[in-house]
Ligand binder design. Structure first.
Ligand code: ATP
Ligand code: MG
Length: 882
């Protein structure tokens, strides 16, 4: 053991955060795995990612020094999992950050102090590396810390320079730990920087000192930043002197549970070990992702979750686990991590439910996929081949979650191989498509807009909880392209003021619209948006006059729109509570949108709601409206608010102080929206639809206030018109419609009978036209105005009357000819063939056709040829008969 004391993973996390707190850092909670306003990332993959707005100065950080322990997911490392000692798809990243505050000297000195003094690692085992041109960092390590020059490694851009397109970037200094020869690859040139597991990278210090203009031109930044990242699991691996991150205290407990479930021992069979580690890792990712509100789906984050979960489930099968097992493991993840992440415990039931459903679903598709693979195999063998096409292998991989090695394994038994090249090509095609679908974004992952160039010191205060009209000063004006000093008649643009009563779209509530005036000048506000750094933008058009920066303007919102929107928003709160009462506590908000017309609420639930459930929900909400509950808002500390049981959203980034909206004792939610003062104001609530929108997510659309009355007025009008059309009173309409339907039924069947009768009559008495051809009866006749269906009916009737023989019917309808021929069994025995017969005569009516020996049909364009065709029928039949 090279350290004096054993520290657990949870302990190390605390030691790190405490250490940097003692160096003047603000400790912030881990951000959600879902990136906020950043479409360059699917999932948060470093401590720095959620802090980007502070680095770019679009938002002002709460403190110039921050430290976090951030949950991270790196799907790029998925192929490494189980194979290296140091990679997980999920891991926690410790980080200390400086926003224009301290720089290299402090960052390097503190990382050294923490590793050697606080943790007590042996100095001789630690090796720093610097960027090849970064003499400054080299000197700090060498002269200030006292590391001999030959122990400091210089690496190139690929390893030691952090950059991501245009934006802030800079050199890195990584710290490696020598775990000893037994972890080495044994190659003679194995040293720091080797890909093997001996020299393990623990900590990466990024010195953000340049700004890349996007064309490879680097400008020195005036205020330089520090961004560091150290894998908590890797630190624990070293401190606990164990083989890999899978042997660290908390993770080991999980790994042992996997072994126990599978009845296998760790470190007996290398292949099984990989499966064990994959399951151990993936279940951690899965548990944390679901706790942040990610649900399995076929795209984006949901797909990452699905893939990890299914991969874990499949490796379970490979190990011989036959029962469902993932929720049991998830429970262990929660138990060992809830210390640092209390949300895991809070969302426990929900997490289990999602995992369990998806595991069931996978077990079903797995069986299905095995069936399909069996068919593919049979087809290959039947065709005498021995290769499965790349496309088929990819289909199994993509649709049924079959990794290539599983397909390979199953086919091996029959000596079949996979077209690996073809598989790779199919995979590349799909990657290409995905790449094309991705949009180009800037460093922040947002579309580049004019708003980025606004001074970050500009902010707006929302005064719309108290006021619907307000006077305030214009701080910034922009057109769609640039910041301007004035906006004139006809121009589109954005106005930013110091204080505004306009509510910007957020929390599912649609923005206020209205007007801004200055003297005679009028600006029509079409939308209100939240901009970064606490600014509120009024987007619209100058319809009269002009506006200048510094003007004191009158802001007035559309009050009717605001009050109708408030009804729908407040009703949404009542609805959520009512759904939980009727369906259960698993109901969570998954999305919401409300405006002055209606409300839409998405929530987690697994089956369609019954009519009875919908009615109960509607009744509860209407009862609470009738109860005239006072609606109150209060600003509280987030933790305090959660303690009172206020409903909060998954994965939402809340400030420390939050606004809590209560409706009597009935509902309590964190919400920044504008609400009615009393539930009675809502007047009425009506659900108009309920449907599924994604796996496990349902959507309700509903109306309130005038919306309900307009809805019923529309229905009433419809009903009256329908009654009028049916010549009945509205309340007798059902009876009337039933009577009409009966009448229609009687008339239809009468009509059918008449049609048959008419067809028979059109034929007259045809039986005296029967000819004898070599002892076989032939009936070849013309009927008028009958379609092909009619001919078939007729043919069947004539056949019954004829007994045995051949029938040929021709009819002219709408200038076209229909021909039908039938032969009975007896006639066929003698050589008659209806198909050939019709082929022989169809050309005489300008058409073609054919069919089976017993029945055939044809069409033609020349009615004048009908008589000849019927004569010809006798000739053709004669030639057929023996
Ligand atoms: P490696 O080359 O070992 O994959 P990296 O260069 O990708 O590491 P960074 O992007 O610099 O790592 O991340 C900072 C720190 O986060 C690393 O020094 C390491 O301690 C940790 N880390 C990175 N990837 C993982 C992972 N997949 N699992 C666990 N820890 C990780
Ligand atoms: Mg890496």
């Amino acid at each position: 053991m090279n350290v004096n004391k054993f520290y657990g993973l949870n302990e190390l996390r605390k030691m790190y955060l405490d250490f940097f707190q003692s160096k003047g850092h603000l400790v912030m909670k881990s951000f959600s795995l879902i990136p906020h306003n950043d479409n360059s990332l699917l999932l948060i993959n470093s401590g720095m990612a959620p802090l980007k707005p502070y680095f770019t100065k679009q938002e002002i950080p709460p403190c110039p020094r921050v430290t976090t322990c951030q949950k991270c997911i790196r799907t790029g490392d998925i192929e490494n999992i189980g194979k290296t000692d140091r990679h997980g798809t999920f891991f926690e990243m410790l980080g200390n950050f400086s926003f224009g505050d301290y720089f290299k000297h402090e960052a390097i000195a503190w990382s050294w102090e923490f590793l050697t003094q606080v943790i007590g690692l042996e100095e001789d085992r630690l090796y720093p590396s610097v960027y090849v041109d970064d003499d400054e960092a080299f000197d700090i390590w060498n002269k200030e810390i006292g590391i001999p020059a030959e122990r400091i490694f210089r690496f190139g851009k690929e390893d030691n320079f952090w950059e991501h397109g245009a934006g802030p970037c800079g050199p890195c200094s990584e710290i490696y730990y020598d775990r000893g020869e037994k972890y080495g690859c044994g190659k003679p040139d194995c040293t720091v920087g080797c890909d093997c597991d001996r020299y393990m990278e623990v900590w990466n210090n990024v010195f953000t000192q340049f700004e890349n203009d996007g064309n490879g031109h680097y400008e020195l930044l005036e205020s330089k930043n520090i961004d560091t990242g150290m894998g908590l699991e890797r630190l624990a691996t070293i401190v606990q002197d164990v083989d890999s991150i899978f042997d660290v205290d908390t993770i080991k407990a999980l790994r042992e549970q996997v072994c126990q479930m599978a009845g296998v021992k760790y470190k007996e069979n290398p292949k099984a070990d990989v499966s064990i580690r994959i399951i151990t890792d993936h279940i951690r990712s899965v548990t944390f992702m679901v706790s942040d509100g990610i649900l399995p789906s076929n795209e984006g984050r949901g797909y990452v979750l699905r893939r990890l979960l299914r991969r874990a489930a499949r490796h379970g099968r490979l190990l011989g686990i036959t029962e469902k097992f993932l929720t049991t493991l998830s429970d262990t993840v929660i138990e060992t991590s809830k210390d640092g992440y209390p949300e895991l415990e809070e969302k426990k039931d929900f997490i289990f439910k999602i995992i369990s459903e998806e595991e069931d679903k996978f077990n079903r598709t797995l069986d299905q996929g095995l069936g399909i693979l069996k068919d593919m195999k049979a087809q290959i063998l039947a065709g005498g081949g021995d290769v499965l096409s790349g496309d088929d292998a990819f289909k199994l991989y993509d649709t049924y979650g079959f990794p290539l090695d599983l397909t390979e394994e199953i086919l091996e038994e029959d000596g079949i191989t996979i077209d690996q090249e073809g598989f790779k090509a199919a995979m590349d095609r799909q990657r290409d498509m995905a790449r094309k679908a991705r949009k180009t974004t800037n460093y922040m992952g947002a579309d580049v807009t004019v708003y980025q160039s606004i001074d970050p010191a500009v902010t707006s205060r929302f005064v719309g909880y108290e006021y619907t009209k307000y006077t305030s000063k214009i701080s910034v004006l922009t057109t769609e392209e640039e910041i301007v000093e004035a906006l004139v008649d006809g121009q589109n643009g954005t106005i930013i003021v110091d204080e505004t009563p306009f509510y910007a779209t957020s929390g599912g509530q649609e923005a206020d619209t209205g007007i801004i005036t200055w003297g005679d000048s009028v600006f029509a506000v079409k939308d209100t948006i939240k901009l970064s750094g606490g600014k509120i933008g009024h987007v619209g058009t100058v319809v009269k006059g002009m506006f200048k920066t510094g003007d004191s303007v009158e802001l007035a919102i559309d009050e009717k729109k605001r009050s109708d929107t408030a009804k729908n928003h407040s009703a949404t709160h009542l609805l959520q509570k009512a759904l939980q009462m009727v369906l259960g506590s698993h109901v969570q908000q998954a999305g919401s949108s409300n405006n002055d017309k209606h409300l839409r609420f998405d929530f987690t639930h697994f089956s369609p709601m019954t009519a009875d459930e919908l009615k109960r929900v509607e009744d509860i909400v209407n009862d609470e409206i009738e109860a005239n509950l006072p609606v109150l808002t209060k600003i509280m500390d987030l933790d305090e608010a959660k303690k009172t049981g206020a409903m909060a959203l998954f994965g939402e980034k809340y400030d420390k102080d939050v606004r809590v909206v209560t409706m009597g004792d009935f509902s309590k939610e964190l919400c920044g929206g504008t609400h009615v003062s009393n539930t009675g104001v809502i007047r009425a609530f009506k659900i108009v639809s309920e449907a599924g929108v994604a796996a496990g997510v349902r959507r309700i659309e509903a109306l309130t206030g005038d919306g309900v009355f307009n809805y019923y007025a529309g229905l009433e009008q419809e009903l009256k018109e329908a009654a009028h059309a049916a010549k009945a009173e509205p309340f007798a309409l059902v009876k009337r419609i039933e009577a009409l339907m009966d009448e229609v039924k009687t008339l239809s069947s009468e009509n059918e009978k008449l049609k048959n009768k008419m067809a028979r009559e059109a034929l007259g008495d045809v039986m005296d036209q029967v000819q004898d051809i070599k002892g076989t009866a032939l009936l070849a006749v013309k009927v008028d105005g009958v379609d092909m269906n009619g001919l078939m009916n007729l043919g069947d009737q004539l056949k019954a009357r004829l007994g045995q023989g051949v029938i040929v019917l021709a009819s002219e309808k709408d200038g076209k000819v229909n021909l039908l021929s039938m032969a009975t069994d007896e006639a066929m025995k003698n050589g008659a063939h209806a198909g050939n017969l019709i082929k022989g005569i169809a050309k005489l009516v300008g058409g073609g056709g054919g069919g089976r020996p017993n029945m055939a049909q044809a069409g033609g364009k020349n009615p004048a040829g009908i008589d000849n065709a019927l004569k010809e029928a006798a000739q053709v039949l004669e030639s057929q008969l023996r």
